[in-house]
Design a protein around this ligand. Structure first.
Ligand SMILES: *Cc1c(COP(=O)(O)O)cnc(C)c1O
Length: 523
């Protein structure tokens, strides 16, 4: 039997696509085909007059055949996009325990502020005299970021954490070149537990990456760092708190050793949410650090889109900051936009067109002002408390690679406890989907075997955490009771079952190929 989309249904093939219903839908969860599959060439939602006769100026290059774009009526188009929007799982849908990503609640106040006409409607090419308020906001954000981190300067323009890494490392590269050591210092030291973006950033701008192993307890040993330092080292890239959810307790000794060797200390600040107003990276010897506004200051994770990853810089690197930056000039504010002279004499140049993501600056500032410094501190404390609550609630069932001891804002488990059960970390994560939870980060960091990195964020209530812990306990007990099927067959209740993720990543199908009848019609 064929359903509306001409796909077989009933008990046969549809069961493998998850539903087993005539329509392919699951209760009120609608199956949604591609626009190209549902649209018709002869349908349209708009009524446009035939153009008046005209003489083509395309010199024979005009299209001879129809465009073959799918047409839909207005209600059909509406349903298509509303259904797609409902397929998104986000922090507004439920607990999102994705470790390292800090899926914070995005306060609605932020959105309201970002949409104020005086902010939402301005244009980057407007005369500076007409956007003094926006520049004042950027200056204020820079002030909060440098104050919270104890650093000298800030570059607001990078568009993401990884872009911020690039910015910070380019400032380091420029500083080394200014010392006349560009040819000599070509190595960047990166611990084994680092996020993949750290070595990728270093390699992208021509450095060679030298690894430093983590010690037994999951932290970096200053002696191990000293062993790999030398006159060829430009910088270390260290994450603190690190990706195992642990504070690098020897960070000052590491910074001292790095500086003594003539190198710079880049700190990956992705985990800053755990230490805001508790520890200032500048006091720990950091020279450059990116701040993921979407991780620490509640702006939306933009699907790789409208992000912001400002970088704070120490005295030693401030002169090399990218343009543009905001400066007081007379009574007002100005943008220093050109590198090469004046204050920007040593600037390494520009990271982006224009000035950065204004909408994100407003949201972050709205979050900071509505919390105040005491509220920011409490958010960090609650984030750490929540992670430890989850950790303690699972510690008797799930193994922790570095022992049963307190963590920062994320709790790390490994797969030692799954050995011999026939269930893998991936199976366990997929079973969480059946229970209505987005899985935690899995198989990262690489230093923990079969890692499961859980970060509940500070805004989850005790009731929400209790249900999450109870659910994971139920799953863990099912593993131990030998109910392997519940895991290896998961997700059983999702619209799609287990997908071949490797194939999807290695050979993605990015182009829709029309079936024969449509192709004929287009010719
Ligand atoms: C998220 C993250 C990054 C990259 O940040 P983006 O904003 O996603 O580019 C880098 N390092 C660590 C440890 C992270 O968690």
């Amino acid at each position: 039997m064929l359903n509306r989309q001409g796909r077989p249904t009933g008990t046969g093939e549809a069961a493998t696509s998850g539903a087993g219903t005539f329509t392919g839908n699951r209760a009120l969860l609608q199956e949604e085909a591609l626009l190209f599959e549902t649209g018709r060439l002869d349908a349209t939602g708009v009524d446009i007059d035939e153009p008046a006769p005209f003489v083509s100026r395309l010199g024979g290059l005009e299209r001879k055949t129809p465009l073959a774009l799918p047409g839909l009526s207005e209600p059909e188009a509406m349903r298509h996009y509303v259904r797609l929007s409902q397929k998104n799982y986000g922090i507004d849908t439920g607990l999102f325990p994705l470790g390292s990503c800090t899926m914070k609640h995005n306060p609605r106040l932020n959105e309201k502020m970002a949409r104020l006409p005086g902010i939402g409607d301005i244009h980057p090419l407007q005369p500076v005299s007409t956007v003094q308020g926006a520049l004042a906001l950027m200056e204020m954000l820079g002030h909060w970021l440098t104050t919270l981190t104890g650093m000298a300067a800030v570059a607001l323009s990078p568009k993401a954490g990884a872009h911020g890494e690039l910015c910070g490392m380019m400032a380091i590269k420029a500083a080394i070149a200014a010392r006349g050591e560009a040819a000599q210092r070509t190595v960047v030291v990166v611990p084994d537990s680092a996020h993949g973006t750290n070595p990728a950033t270093a390699a992208l701008i021509g450095f060679t990456v030298r690894a430093v192993p983590a010690r037994e307890d999951g932290t970096v040993d200053p002696e191990a760092v000293k062993a790999v330092l030398g006159p060829d080292v430009a910088a270390i890239m260290l994450t603190n708190p690190n990706t195992c959810g642990l504070f690098e307790r020897d960070v000052v000794a590491i910074a001292d050793a790095v500086h003594a060797a003539g190198a710079y200390f880049y700190c990956d600040g992705a985990n800053f949410n755990a230490i805001v107003d508790k520890a200032r990276p500048g006091d720990l010897g950091v020279d450059a650090m990116h701040i993921n506004l979407h991780k620490t200051f509640s702006t939306p994770h933009g699907g790789g889109g409208p992000g912001a990853g400002p970088v704070v810089l120490s005295d030693r690197l401030a002169a090399f900051a990218p343009v543009p930056f905001v400066r007081r000039s007379g009574d007002g504010l100005a943008l220093v936009e050109v590198d090469g002279d004046g204050e920007a004499a040593q600037s390494f140049g520009r990271m982006t067109a224009f000035h950065g993501q204004m909408g994100m600056f407003v949201r972050a500032m709205s979050y900071m002002l509505s919390h105040g410094s005491d509220g920011l501190r409490q958010a960090s404390e609650d984030a750490v408390l929540n992670a430890n609550y989850v950790r303690a609630g699972l510690a008797d069932l799930m193994s922790q690679p570095f022992g049963d001891k307190p963590c920062m804002h994320e709790a790390l488990f490994d797969d030692t406890w799954l050995k011999g059960t026939g269930v893998t970390t991936l199976d366990f994560a997929k079973a969480m989907i059946d229970e209505g939870y987005h899985p935690m980060t899995v198989y990262f960091p690489l230093v923990a075997h079969g890692a499961m990195l859980v970060e509940p964020t500070e805004s989850e209530s005790k009731a929400s955490l209790d249900l999450f812990v109870a659910t994971l306990r139920d799953l863990a007990l099912a593993v131990k009771a030998g109910d392997t099927e519940r895991f290896t067959a998961a997700p059983r209740l999702a619209p799609r079952r287990r997908l071949d993720e490797t194939k999807a990543a290695r050979s993605p199908v990015l182009r829709w190929t029309p079936p024969e009848p449509i192709r004929d019609a287009a010719e």
